[in-house]
Write a protein that binds this ligand. Structure first.
Ligand code: FAD
Length: 383
């Protein structure tokens, strides 16, 4: 019987899982197959590396060769997995078939395509991995004005970083406020005004329609016909899990690859971890759920099954102009924000309409110090 654990993907999910497996089992055969070059880097640093003066190479924490040596793991870099034959327990790759005993999908998520017409649309950059970031850094050279489409978490972080880096940044969004899905209006207004104070221009309530190539850069045209020129356009409109491989294996998928709390997909020999997974109905494309999940999955794969715990996991928004931590309340829960604010920041706690139980919070400025205490008081995402 083939006992090999085959992991597809060498991002935070794939490599953290290898580390956790090795803590428990020095002998089990582990093979990582990855489309990229297999080097391990901090993806969250992509949106705050510029102002910190970190070149793309400085973000690499370990090369594939170093990981392979340190963790006693085989890494097949530059190898695309094209499909999964779950009945035969093999994956088809650009270098031939590979058999597995247990398979882990750690294939991440991809940026949503930008829904703009025009010949400039293909030039719009999305920055979702280190290779994209290298392109961004090359294309920033010699430019001055940058448009960012999307005022969500990643859009605001890039806006802050590039603005500190000396670029004139304009952020577009169809919503009326930044981080519209995460923040109450007061916290969003504070974030907006702090970013405006360092030079970021917001064009909210704006639906872009077209991107047209211009002599230098790009002309963005909104639905009302208003046009602005930018040297470079970056998209930060959101992610969607990579589902194609799971679908090729006939696995259940929804927004992500459907798993139970043991990270098991609808095939008992295949698990999923990280940005590609939807755990018990929750899509949590962040670092903390990956760290938690990798630990539990390593236990499960080495014969001591453990369900993931899903405590409230606050998200740190890396906008130094307005330090912000958010623990979003569960979607659809009725309630109200209870707020306290002053010159040094804001605390907003979301309380259930009936029980008054605290279900989520936002902290800004000096209040971010309360993050651990408040997080401990939040209910788990899944009881
Ligand atoms: P990925 O890192 O996307 O890895 C996927 C892997 O799968 C890659 O190695 C890829 O090559 C491989 N792969 C995919 N398809 C195939 C295939 N067919 N064949 C072979 N290999 C394949 N989270 C936070 O909690 N805090 C933050 O501050 C934060 N900041 C962020 C800033 C930015 C700019 C971005 C983009 C994300 C940020 N995140 C943050 C999210 C966090 O970085 C991700 O949740 C995490 O890195 C995802 O890791 P992953 O391993 O699931 O996916």
């Amino acid at each position: 019987m083939n006992d090999r654990i085959l992991i597809i993907g060498s991002g935070l999910a794939g490599i953290t899982l290898v580390r956790e497996l090795r803590k428990r089992d020095k002998a089990v055969e582990i093979l990582v197959v990855t489309a990229d070059d297999g080097s391990f880097y901090s993806k969250p640093s992509l949106s705050n590396a510029f102002a910190a003066g970190k070149a793309p190479d400085a973000l690499v924490l370990a090369t594939a060769a170093k990981l392979a040596q340190d963790l006693d793991v085989q890494i097949m870099a530059g190898t695309f997995v094209l499909g999964i034959d779950a009945a035969r327990r093999v994956v088809r790759t650009s270098r031939g078939e590979l058999a597995y005993g247990r398979l882990v999908l750690a294939v991440g998520a991809a940026q949503l395509p930008v829904p703009l017409a025009g010949d400039g649309a293909p030039d719009i950059l999305a920055v979702n991995d280190l290779a994209d970031y290298r392109v961004l850094r090359q294309r920033l050279a010699g430019t001055r004005t940058v448009a960012i489409i999307g005022a969500g978490l990643i859009g605001c972080e890039f806006a802050n970083d590039l603005s500190l880096g000396g670029y004139a940044v304009t952020v577009f969004d169809t919503a009326a406020q930044p981080l519209a899905r995460l923040l109450p209006a007061s916290a969003a207004a504070a974030l907006r005004s702090r970013l405006e104070a360092i030079g970021v221009v917001f064009r909210l309530d704006t639906r872009l329609a077209r991107a047209e190539r211009a002599a230098a850069g790009c002309r963005l045209v909104d639905a009302q016909g208003g046009a602005t020129h930018h040297d470079l356009v970056v998209s930060a409109i959101g992610l969607r899990p990579n589902l194609a491989l799971a679908q090729s294996a006939g696995l259940a998928t929804n927004l992500g690859i459907v798993t139970d709390t043991f990270l098991r997909t609808s095939d008992p020999h295949i698990h999923a971890l990280g940005d590609c997974a939807e755990i018990d109905g929750l899509f949590l494309p962040y670092v903390m759920p990956i760290m938690q999940g990798a630990k539990r999955l390593a236990a499960t794969l080495t014969g001591a099954p453990e369900a993931v715990e899903l405590p409230a996991m606050p998200i740190v928004v890396k906008t130094p102009a307005c330090p912000t931590v958010v623990s979003p309340p569960p979607a659809g829960r009725a309630g109200r924000w209870e707020e306290e604010s002053g010159a040094d920041g804001l605390r907003a706690v979301f309380r259930d309409a009936v029980s008054q139980q605290a279900l989520g919070f936002v902290l800004q400025g000096a209040y971010t110090r309360e993050r651990m205490t408040l997080a401990a008081a939040m209910p788990a995402l899944r009881p």
